[in-house]
Write a protein that binds this ligand. Structure first.
Ligand SMILES: [Zn+2]
Length: 510
């Protein structure tokens, strides 16, 4: 009887019935999925934030985004985004980023940071790791963290946390603060070892064991930056390899380029060897030969010029203006928390330096990640919903142009990597780095039916970065549409300011 009823219902349905339209259709673009290998002209149907159809023939949607002549790819995933404010996220959206995670530094208290972002709303997806260094500063300086990056800047005025060994009790308390962050849903553990290079080896061992217990990755800015031994970059990477080997923890290396600099040939071999022997080590890099950090950072103390292979004070810049020896000493004393740019190599004048940078950026299996910074105005972080940013707003240009720069320079202009592999490095690989411990990431980095509708539509022939060291406040151009959880945040190259569809990427709260 049931079968009869079904037949009757089917018979009653008009033969030419139109299927229900999709919420959104991305029409007729060259759809590339780095996982399945799909590369063809397709229509993508989106319903309730998910991809529900991928078709070689036209689909009908309540809203349609024209993608003819454009590349359609999974939204880019940035594992290293310190700029977690609305304005910083919008700058990244123009660069194709649909998920920007603060993993290298992280934050504490983790729940507070998630709550603040959710209250304000974000155009793209966001998330945090638990900050080991915040836990260390809290214990050593009796300064309670508040979930903001300004806490770390403020800590540059204190000197009790960078070069002191923690007692057994202090270590227990630091570990417990970090563990509390994991209980609150942090995506892993951020380890800014390079900012506290005198912290104990055993403390790092305890943190790596904690990561293994919780089955989450660590994201490490390694302890040293030096091309000469001892206390070299090579030695710092060896520590990370030892931690992966002895604890079984997944150790992710932040910005391979800026910690390896000209020693990348030896360091790349070290990492590859560890990976080949089955250790869980992953990495990322950004396509610039200049970093950005606080002027009071430990890497600019002592014989740092020699350790960076013959650097000068003028390799450091504040808002495009190079330092001299005396202005640098002054800034370190007076405004140690101020963000500056450091040119660690000079690829514009040295082919050898370009080759070193390329080796980091193209490290097999490595992700592209921006290390994007908060935008500042006269040294103060822009926290409010300001758009467009004032012309003198400042940040390292990677905060605006990392992904377009990588695709322009490495894929289109110098053809160092095929398009599909290039897209894999900005979407699928970062998703895979996280997905064992963060189930949400299994839904990202792919264009497949059932996956999240985080989608970018861009013109490969014109997609490019415009941000420079002297004029960083320039969005990338060539990104036609950017869709986050099924909602356009950029349509026809225009920002939709009211669109805040970004969701928290978070592990379950214990
Ligand atoms: Zn770093």
């Amino acid at each position: 009887m049931h079968r009869l009823l079904l037949c009757a219902l089917l018979a009653a349905a008009p033969l030419a019935a139109q299927p229900r339209p999709f919420d959104l259709v991305i029409a007729g673009g060259r759809v590339i999925d780095p996982e399945s290998g799909l590369d063809g002209i397709r229509w993508i149907g989106v319903t309730a934030g998910r991809i529900t159809a991928i078709s070689a023939s036209p689909l009908r949607g309540r809203e349609t985004l024209d993608a003819k002549g454009q590349i359609v790819a999974p939204g880019f995933i940035d594992l290293h985004a310190h700029g977690q404010q609305i304005a910083a996220a919008r700058m990244q959206a123009f660069d194709g980023v649909t998920t920007a995670l603060e993993l290298e530094a992280g934050t504490l208290p983790v729940g507070k940071a998630y709550d603040a972002a959710a209250r304000e709303g974000r155009p793209i997806n966001y998330g945090f790791s638990a900050a080991w260094v915040f836990g260390r500063i809290a214990e050593k300086e009796q300064m309670e963290p508040d979930g903001a990056i300004s806490y770390f800047q403020e800590a540059q005025r204190r000197t009790g946390w960078q070069h002191t060994i923690a007692t057994a009790d202090e270590t227990r308390r630091i570990v417990s603060r970090v563990e509390q962050g994991l209980k609150e849903g942090a995506l892993g553990i951020g380890i800014l070892a390079g900012y506290a290079p005198g912290s104990g080896r055993k403390e790092h061992y305890e943190i790596a064991k904690l990561a293994k217990t919780w089955n989450v990755p660590t994201f490490t800015h390694v302890r040293h930056l030096s091309v000469i031994e001892p206390q070299s970059s090579f030695e710092a990477f060896q520590e990370l390899v030892a931690l992966a080997a002895s604890t079984g923890a997944h150790m992710h290396i932040s910005h391979l380029n800026s910690n390896s600099t000209r020693d990348i040939p030896a360091i790349a071999e070290l990492i590859r060897g560890a990976q080949q022997r089955g250790l869980k080590i992953t990495t990322e890099a950004y396509p610039y030969a200049a970093g950005s950090t606080v002027v009071g950072a430990e890497i600019f103390r002592g014989n740092w010029r020699e350790r960076m292979g013959g650097a000068k004070a003028s390799d450091l810049e504040l808002a495009g203006v190079p330092f001299s020896d005396s202005t640098l000493t002054q800034a370190q004393a007076k405004t140690p928390g101020e963000w500056v740019v450091i040119h660690f190599m000079r690829p514009e004048t040295s082919a050898a330096d370009q080759a070193f940078l390329d080796q980091s950026v193209l490290f097999p299996g490595g992700a592209i990640a921006s290390d994007g910074m908060p935008w500042t105005l006269q040294g103060k972080t822009i926290l409010d919903d300001v758009w467009p940013l004032p012309t003198d707003a400042f940040a390292h240009p990677r905060s605006a142009g990392t992904f377009s720069r990588f695709l322009r320079d490495y894929v289109r202009e110098r053809r160092k990597v095929e398009l599909r592999e290039g897209l894999r490095k900005v979407s699928l690989i970062p998703a895979q780095i996280l997905e064992q411990s963060v189930p949400q990431m299994r839904q990202k980095g792919r264009l497949q039916v059932g996956k999240d509708a985080d989608i970018v539509v861009f013109d490969l022939a014109t997609f490019r970065d415009r941000a420079t060291f002297t004029a960083p406040n320039a969005t990338s151009v060539g990104m036609k549409h950017v869709v986050v959880n099924g909602v356009p945040v950029i349509r026809d190259a225009e920002l939709i300011r009211s669109a805040l569809p970004g969701k928290a990427i978070r592990r379950s709260v214990k």
